[in-house]
Design a protein around this ligand. Structure first.
Ligand code: ADP
Ligand code: MG
Length: 295
């Protein structure tokens, strides 16, 4: 027997490496006319590495201590930046102290107790205003101007240092942006919690002009809602816990499977399992073809 078009599109999407959760998702994907992409883990590979370890001069912290405290605090983090910090400490053979009372706030960072110290690791935009001590701000600016993601480490309320992190662009990022632009008539927007200079640099490399940086998870949702209120059917592609609310608010949410957080995978309508961003426009194309057969 012949399969209904949407079911056969779902099977085809599977062959492309995209797992749609139902045939209805294929129908919805066929309607999208705007796209919002997350940066870290979506346009980039999601396996960032630490490139700079910069203690604040005069803080009494050295490189090794800075990295060890940060890694202990990030030990249980599932954020790509957290994993990068832990990997950097392991690569240097550092002993990771046991942390207690771990908590994480999506889009901001983590807090944990390491020994008798409270360690916060995360976004400078959110941590700097509440931290004592001078010197960190200049390092943050220097690293961000160089296109890095700056991760601030605050120990017992005082800025102890900054880690510079960088991630490779996916090889098919620019081609995917071009394909999505052709499909919707508008270049995709970039929604990121990362800093503006890093976001702008990457956007220019892939051909994105609408860049929203420094966004908290609920601000990603607000951006998506704004477009939906203008009558657009928005496809959101993301990977993180911080993307989950936007994936849920979007007309259709697609999560990157390999480095994606459990929450993003559960919330999304479809999951890219083959870890190739280029499968997203391919699957939009076959959803459109299937819809034409149904209607
Ligand atoms: P994106 O939207 O680009 O995927 P996120 O919203 O996940 O980025 O993170 C935004 C910013 O919050 C990061 O650039 C980083 O500064 C900070 N951050 C979030 N979680 C962590 C963490 N576990 N460790 C360090 N920094 C973090
Ligand atoms: Mg992300």
């Amino acid at each position: 027997s012949t399969m209904p078009p949407l079911l056969s599109a779902l099977a085809n999407a599977g062959r492309h490496g995209v797992l749609a959760k139902s045939a209805v998702v294929m129908e919805r994907l066929g309607r999208i006319d705007a796209v919002a992409l997350d940066k870290t883990g979506t346009l980039t590979e999601g396996s960032p590495h630490v490139t700079d370890i910069r203690p604040v001069p005069g803080s009494g912290t050295d490189e090794e201590t800075l990295l060890r405290l940060a890694a202990a605090a990030e030990h249980r983090s599932e954020h790509p930046l957290g994993r990068a910090v832990v990997a950097a400490a392991r690569a240097r053979g550092l002993d990771l102290a046991e942390a207690a009372g771990f908590s994480s706030v999506p889009g901001r960072g983590v807090t944990a107790t390491v020994g008798d110290r409270t360690v916060r690791v995360g976004s400078p935009a959110h941590l700097l205003p509440g931290a004592d001590g001078a010197g960190a701000e200049g390092i943050v600016r220097e690293l961000e101007d160089a296109g890095r993601t700056a991760v601030l480490v605050v120990v017992d309320g005082t800025s102890a240092g900054v880690l510079g992190v960088t991630d490779r662009l996916r090889p098919d990022a620019a081609a995917t942006v071009a394909a999505l632009t052709r499909l919707t008539g508008t270049p995709p927007a970039l929604l990121t919690g990362d800093n503006a200079p890093a976001a702008a640099r990457l956007a220019a490399e892939v051909g994105v002009t609408d860049v929203r940086a420094g966004l908290l998870p609920e601000e990603k949702v607000a951006a998506v809602r704004e477009w939906e209120e203008q009558g657009r059917a928005v496809l959101v592609v993301g990977d993180g816990v911080n993307d989950a609310p936007a994936l849920a608010a979007a007309h259709t949410g697609v999560a990157m499977g390999r480095a994606g957080s459990d929450l993003a995978l559960e919330t999304a309508d479809a999951v890219v399992v083959r870890d190739e961003l280029g499968t997203v426009p391919a699957v939009v194309r076959l959803s459109r073809a299937a819809r034409r057969l149904v209607l």
